[in-house]
Design a protein around this ligand. Structure first.
Ligand code: 4GW
Ligand code: MN
Length: 296
């Protein structure tokens, strides 16, 4: 394989941070050569699982999610889609590329939406232990209300990775929306914190994702007994975990961008974008969800 030699005295980019103080790479366009990485991961015959939850009305997001993942997510590698849902019959049957399969996992629903979101940790943990470790090497855990719009490949894979939240990539740490009540296990003091990580995109090896989800679930249960729930639910516990168990790779906001935020110059690609939800239709109990109520 022919490619340009890396240059010791010439970093490919100087407009963004490309490595953390604990030497974890931060993944931006221009910071990696995907051909080299693909060759390395093909040699290892890597298998990737992507977990996504479609509970209650969120089943409506699955089609776009999988269709765009077929186009952009880990193209050329083995992929298992793990769709956790309370309504298996609502999941559309899509034709997938060779080497890729859809696994539907029936799970319970919860009454409060905060709990729907938070219980993902327990369910990922339990399935990691029961089956994921036999079937895949890495897990990528994402929200379902998003679509892929540019390539997301093996450059994201590492022992344990998190994603910089698109709303807080540039602020001071004391303004991050960490949990600030010392009573909560998710508490982070104002003078600590590296990044504000998004709850909607993290991953790693099955063993590391097991540790992360187990920590978060246990922390939530401790708080539940104390009648306290962290301000941003599962995201607050992910941030606490990553403060004291540093990620080995960090994804830039290219990997989770909010449609409607515009495109700052440093953002050369938008690989994953959130969908604009019609929050009334999707969140209102009585409203019948119209398939056109979200924009792609
Ligand atoms: C308010 O009424 C709701 S419902 C907030 C989240 C809800 C929800 C979330 C749901 O009813 N069903 C569901 O499957 N989820 C899952 O949790 C889904 O995978 C979703 O992407 C994830 C996080 O919720 P979210 O995407 O609505 O959270 P944000 O707006 O912070 O991205
Ligand atoms: Mn979301």
């Amino acid at each position: 394989m022919l490619y340009d030699k890396p240059q010791t005295l010439k970093p490919p980019r100087v407009d963004v941070l490309m490595v953390t103080p604990w030497l974890a790479p931060i993944i931006w366009d221009g910071s990696f050569n995907i051909d080299i990485l693909n060759a390395q991961f093909h040699q290892r015959n890597v298998r990737v699982g992507i977990t996504v939850f479609a509970i209650k009305k969120y089943t409506v997001f699955v089609k776009t999610f999988i269709e765009t993942a077929e186009q952009f997510f880990m193209v050329g590698h083995k992929v298992n889609y793990y769709v956790f849902t309370d309504q298996a019959n609502e999941i559309v049957n899509l034709t997938l590329t060779e080497g890729r399969q859809l696994v539907i996992l029936e799970v319970p629903s919860y009454k409060r939406w905060q709990e729907v979101s938070m219980r993902r940790m327990e369910m990922i943990r339990d399935h990691a232990r029961q089956r994921f470790f036999k079937e895949v090497d890495f897990l990528v855990c994402v929200d379902v209300d998003m679509k892929f719009s540019d390539s997301v490949g093996v450059e994201i894979l590492s022992d344990v990775f998190g994603t910089v939240h698109p709303s807080y990539y540039n602020g001071p740490r004391n303004r991050f929306t960490y949990e600030r009540r010392p009573r909560s296990t998710a508490y982070i003091p104002r003078d600590e914190g590296d990044f504000y990580y998004a709850g909607g995109h993290f991953g790693g090896t099955v063993a590391e994702v097991y540790k992360l989800t187990n920590f978060c679930h246990n922390a939530m249960m401790t708080d539940k007994e104390k009648n306290i729930e962290a301000i941003w639910h599962d995201e607050s516990y992910v941030n606490k975990y990553f403060l004291y168990h540093k990620p080995t790779k960090i994804l830039s906001p290219e990997y989770l961008w909010i449609s409607g935020y515009g495109v700052p110059v440093f953002l050369r690609r938008r690989r994953v974008v959130t969908l604009l939800k019609n929050n009334n239709a999707i969140r209102n109990k009585r409203a019948l969800l119209n398939i056109k109520s979200y924009k792609t």
